[in-house]
Design a protein around this ligand. Sequence first.
Ligand SMILES: [Zn+2]
Length: 84
Amino acid sequence: MPRTQLAALDRPHAKEAPDLMLSCAKARELQSESRGGTVSLWQRAGLWLHMRLCPPCAHTDKSLCATLSLLRELRDRDGKQPRS
Ligand SMILES: [Zn+2]
């Protein structure tokens, strides 16, 4: 029996409730996608859970947030200054 079929037997509700524990690679992919608002509710829940269980990814998320807010701040500040 193919592996995918076995996995489906293990988790009969997988279709309605996909596995919430994401891999780090998937979590990081979703981190950037979620900033564009394109992730589903399940993906968001999985990401939230992953951030609470995986310190390295939580750290990456915090750094990314800090960098983005700094960039926004610089952009806003730049916009307010008269250009020479
Ligand atoms: Zn992780």
